[in-house]
Design a protein around this ligand. Structure first.
Ligand SMILES: Nc1ncnc2c1ncn2[C@@H]1O[C@H](COP(=O)(O)OP(=O)(O)O)[C@@H](O)[C@H]1O
Ligand SMILES: [Mg+2]
Length: 250
């Protein structure tokens, strides 16, 4: 589904040495797989996400999505960051509906799709609220609803829950898992949280220090559907320990 080949990014700025920020690295993600990416701060994770999203041109190598080389942003790729960047003058419903509006969907079709998303994310009671009054967790749910309404084939998440407290984070990440089970998008999620990565992913990729390369590829075999309590099982501890060891080597 996603093929990354010999990808590297070098930043050049006036009056300073070129900075090799990322790679070279190669990896594949098969359709429908949920992959988490962890690595030290500054190793190039966001740069990698930006390249896959078509927002940054790679210096070497390429990204192929469903067999075609990416040459810029695509509606098949959905992107979500740590801050929700909602539109404060639009209600929750209208924020979630935005990608459908931009794609030219009719009002009835929009409302049906949006209401289903609001329901799934526990936002129905907040449909007519404005973002200014929402908690951090609710705002991230709206951002998640907005990116899901686009029906992306590939969902890119860059530390999406990094600013939330631990319990809220767990709730929103399990909302994400439910959405993923329903739609079976391919997911690449950056996180610095080993527990989160192990609980959510089919596979955890670990990156080295800058310039980030893939130094470990750890399958997670915990049965689905997953539950927060899975974090107390021996299987989980074993896998999380492996991820931790790889990060220590990074
Ligand atoms: N636009 C840019 N220009 C120059 N350097 C950049 C730019 N974006 C990121 N960098 C540098 O590239 C490295 C990787 O950054 P980033 O991808 O944000 O890392 P991470 O997300 O893993 O913390 C860092 O050293 C960062 O300072
Ligand atoms: Mg980052």
């Amino acid at each position: 589904m996603l093929e990354i080949r010999s990808l590297s990014v070098t930043f050049t700025q006036p009056n300073s040495e070129p900075l090799l920020a990322l790679g070279p690295l190669s990896f594949d993600i098969p359709p429908g797989q949920f992959v988490c990416l962890v690595g030290p701060s500054g190793c190039g994770k966001s740069t990698l996400v930006n390249v896959i999203a078509g927002l940054q041109t790679p210096t070497t190598g390429c990204v192929r999505l469903e067999g075609t080389t990416m040459r810029g942003p695509s509606p098949r790729v959905g992107l979500m960051f740590q801050n929700a960047t909602l539109m404060p003058w639009r209600t929750v419903r209208d924020n979630v509906a935005l990608p459908l509006e931009l794609a030219g969907a009719g009002r009835a079709q929009r409302m049906e799709a949006v209401d289903a998303l609001l329901e799934m994310l526990g936002l129905t009671d907040f449909a007519n609220a404005y973002p200014g009054g929402l908690s951090g967790g609710m705002a991230q749910r709206v951002a998640l609803g907005r990116v899901l309404s686009q029906k992306p084939h590939l969902l890119l998440l860059d530390e999406p829950f990094g600013a939330l407290d631990a319990l809220t984070r767990e709730q929103v990440s399990f909302d994400l898992l439910r959405a993923w089970r329903r739609e079976q998008q391919t997911v690449l999620m950056v996180t610095h949280d080993i527990t989160e990565a192990t609980l959510l992913a089919d596979r955890v990729l670990v990156m080295s220090r800058r310039p980030g390369q893939i130094i470990a590829n750890i399958p997670v075999t915990i049965r689905r559907p997953r539950h927060p309590e899975d974090a107390f099982t021996p299987d989980f501890s074993e896998t999380a320990r492996e991820v931790r060891a790889a990060i220590n080597r990074a």
